[in-house]
Design a protein around this ligand. Structure first.
Ligand code: HEM
Length: 433
């Protein structure tokens, strides 16, 4: 699933039921429950939700302005007790903690250590190599024929190969890294992991990210990669992350390993599912497909850049992130108590009518488009935002000129998750140009 709503046979938006349980991962199997979130935005913008698995429940913040308030008031809403629904405390939490799970000033220091290689300037030094990869993946797809699963054949192949190039790991490790990344973010979906949380007992893994043994394998892999570079750094992202800053500070081994796991999870599925969301939206709207295709042929960067932003808003792949109240706070007449979990619903805020005129219209020209897909106005703004944007842009530029037309060619299959919106399968029929 992407957060983008489906269309019925007449091209009208399908909103679905307005009374779904937003905790239950099954509620997302038919697409993001837009009607339910619209009702919440309108009638109950800060609502309380009990959990069924022993979790203590949470507040759901669903409007755009409220989400910005929570993101920006880090003194009231902390990330330092976890950023997913899962409640992990003490040593277990310390062992698996990644940069998302610190507050300023620790987070600011951490971020300073790692942000340079992710700047737009640095990311664009990889442009030629990554464009070549995008072209290869598209050309491989042309060999397969005109009817294929877009997620599998294109969207799944690119992000990890691209990230792998930046990290400086062998291309041949790509498939293995994709598998591990899938097991992490797909940890609620039995198809993605042998240890789905809620289906098997994952208590023994509670001290590792996503309660997933895949993270242990990635720890080992990260250690080996770090070892290869110690004393002999190369010109790649892993070497850059291991090097001390000009102040002589550097990541600890555990911080490096947890950041590595975070990159493999955050840099894989999110971009893949955004790519799939974009293609589905275009396949359903031939006029916008042709306009964007022409912009890619003409190298009209302004149009392509705006389209990428709309795809990010529309896809809203990371549905929520959590904060924890550090003191009692009142919002919309509700008393959020110190220690309560608060979920920021990005996929809801990105469709908030109060911020986005006609939010259920996909519009490659949408301006302004101050979406929150990357939580850009938070201290935790996505570190990989420039990379993800570049990947989406290069893919459009390499793919669309080679596709004369595209349409959906079968049912979409969605990830079972209340955290990540993803289309596991997106069958399409293309006519190659
Ligand atoms: C379309 C793709 C992506 C989306 C929608 C996305 C979304 C997000 C969001 C919403 C946050 C903020 C979390 C919070 O507020 O707690 C975030 C943070 C982060 N993202 Fe992304 N992300 C994407 C791609 C990437 C990529 C490609 C990478 C790296 C390779 C990456 C690495 C990170 C990291 C390390 C953070 C933590 C930043 C911090 O805590 O300061 N992301 N991402």
């Amino acid at each position: 699933m992407s957060s983008g709503p489906d269309l019925d046979a007449d091209g009208n938006v399908v909103f679905g039921r307005d009374d779904l349980d937003i905790v239950d991962p099954d509620s997302y199997l038919d697409g993001f429950p837009h009607a339910t979130f619209k009702r919440l935005r309108d009638d109950d913008p800060v609502s309380w939700w009990p959990e069924h698995d022993g979790g203590k429940g949470f507040w759901a913040v669903t409007r755009y302005e409220d989400l910005l308030y929570v993101s920006q008031h880090v003194e009231l809403f902390s990330s330092a007790q976890g950023i997913t629904l899962e409640e992990i405390e003490g040593d277990d939490f310390d062992l698996r903690r990644n940069m998302l799970e610190y507050d300023p000033p620790e987070h600011t220091r951490y971020r300073r250590l790692v942000s340079k290689p992710f700047s737009r300037r640095e990311v664009y030094t990889y442009e030629d190599g990554i464009r070549g990869l995008a072209r290869d993946v598209v050309l491989e797809a042309t060999e397969v024929g005109e009817h294929f699963d877009y997620t599998e054949l294109i969207a799944k192949q690119l992000p990890m190969r691209m990230l792998g190039r930046m990290l400086g790991v062998p291309d041949s490790d790509g498939d293995w890294l994709v598998k591990q990344g899938d097991a992490l973010l797909g940890n609620l979906d039995p198809e993605m992991t042998d240890y789905p949380v809620g289906f098997t007992d994952t208590d023994q893994f509670k001290h590792i990210p996503f309660r997933s043994p895949a993270a242990l394998e990635l720890y080992e892999y990260a250690e080996r990669q770090a070892e290869l570079r110690r004393g002999c750094p190369s010109n790649d992202l892993i070497s850059a992350l291991l090097s001390p800053t000009i102040d002589g500070e550097c990541l600890t081994d555990l911080q490096f390993k947890n950041l590595f796991v975070l990159m493999i999870s955050a840099g894989n599925d999110t971009t893949r599912y955004t790519m799939a969301a974009g293609l589905k939206a275009l396949a359903e709207r031939p006029d916008q497909f042709h306009e964007l295709r022409q912009a890619c042929i003409d190298r009209d960067d302004d149009v392509v850049d705006r389209a990428v932003e709309e795809v990010l808003r529309w896809g809203s792949v990371t549905m929520h992130f959590r904060r924890t109240a550090t003191q009692d706070v009142e919002m919309h007449g509700k008393l959020i108590k110190k220690g309560d979990k608060v979920l920021e619903w990005f996929s809801s805020a990105n469709y908030d009518e109060r911020q986005f005129p006609d939010p259920f219209r996909f519009d490659i020209h949408r301006t302004p488009n101050d979406h929150v897909a990357f939580n850009l106005r938070s201290p935790h703004l996505c570190l990989g935002a420039q990379l993800a944007r570049m990947e989406l842009k290069l893919l459009f530029q390499e793919l669309l000129p080679r596709v004369a037309s595209v349409q959906l060619a079968g049912p979409v299959e969605r990830l079972r998750s209340n955290f990540i919106c993803g289309m596991k399968r997106l069958p399409v029929q293309v006519r190659w140009a």
